[in-house]
Design a protein around this ligand. Sequence first.
Ligand SMILES: NC(=O)c1ccc[n+]([C@@H]2O[C@H](COP(=O)([O-])OP(=O)(O)OC[C@H]3O[C@@H](n4cnc5c(N)ncnc54)[C@H](O)[C@@H]3O)[C@@H](O)[C@H]2O)c1
Length: 403
Amino acid sequence: MSKVIRIGIAGAGRGRSFQTSLKAFGGAAELTAICDIDEQLLSQWSQGDSKVATYHDFDRMLADDVCDAVVIATPMQIHARQSIAALRAGKHVLCEVPACLSDREGRDLISAAKASSATYMMAENYCFSRAHMVVEEMVNRGVFGELSYVEGMYVHDCRSLFFKPDGSLTWRGEVHGKVAGNTYPTHSFGPIARWLGIGKQDAMESVYAISTPAVGLADFARRMYGDDHPGAKPGAWAHGDSAACLVKTRLGRVVMLRLDIASSRPHHMSIHELQGTRAVHRKTHGHRDMGLIWIEGRSPGVVLPPSEKMGVYYEAGAEWEPISKYADEFEHALWRQWGPKAAESGHGGGDLIITAEFIRAIQERVRPSIDVYDAVTWSSIVWLSAESERTGQAVAAIDYTSL
Ligand SMILES: NC(=O)c1ccc[n+]([C@@H]2O[C@H](COP(=O)([O-])OP(=O)(O)OC[C@H]3O[C@@H](n4cnc5c(N)ncnc54)[C@H](O)[C@@H]3O)[C@@H](O)[C@H]2O)c1
């Protein structure tokens, strides 16, 4: 029987959902340490669990022999630094998204992962929601035919998370103030990368990005804190409200991404469309909505042969169906294994499965489902989109798998 994996978590926000997920793996993994620089949060978080060691210093947690693996759920500006430190200390790493914010950080992270015998995995939970996994299974079984076009959008009004009550900026506000382009691409791009086989049969080739001005965020800052707030001034934010970007792949596929975390609107965290030669999928209402599908030959509507008669449509009578109709038939193996437990976890079940996959990779000493090359490649949309916005040109993608 494998040794129980001792886990330390850093970051009391998102870290708490990993704490919940870990309860499903008693016997395989246990929470032994938690770390946060906010002493008050740390003591609230650790209450009732005297066996868990508490730290306000991440490096100290690494130095003490309290954990074999760390979950990094701290602000994205320190993901790469903490991941590298943990890998150097021989700890397995499950790191929140994005993995890193610059090409330099990405290269350093890959070097550290290559030099370490520990496992590195990025915690891109959106890949593992039931809806995305059913689509993945359909892709793998050829239902879509050849894939041509994909859309992924993360549209989530996070403006209240950008400011502290006194109007100063949180880490999210700092990122929006300083970094242009698409700073949070992996929720959209992760599932897409798995559908297209990015890093396998296909690769990113170039990125072209444009953004709107940050009018929604400036308007919010003005209404909340007055005209004199720095965020209310023109040019205060490097990041636009809506950041759009097009990724061209080596096989010629087109991926359209949109990030908008600063506009006034209801939650729409996971919007995707996938077009193939034989089927199309569209999902517009977040995680609990599995979305729609039309499959040639199975869904209503027929493909007509060429006709001289005007007004006869090629896809006569084609109608969308709920993809849930096909979910049992195309259930992914991971959902067959974890379904009942995953269904109760956050982000469409992805929160539990990402943790399960991390534990499996450590126990079986296999490549994790989202390894360091995937992590850096998917995260590279952050700096490639910023560079494209700066130059007004499409920017060549970087083949991190060759490092
Ligand atoms: N995968 C998902 O679905 C998902 C959802 C939310 C957030 N996230 C990601 O998770 C990360 C955390 O987001 P959040 O919403 O929990 O933010 P948050 O601000 O609520 O929590 C971050 C925590 O990290 C702590 N912290 C800051 N610096 C630290 C350090 N050096 N060492 C230890 N702790 C430190 C802060 O005190 C805070 O408690 C971000 O990278 C975010 O992008 C992912």
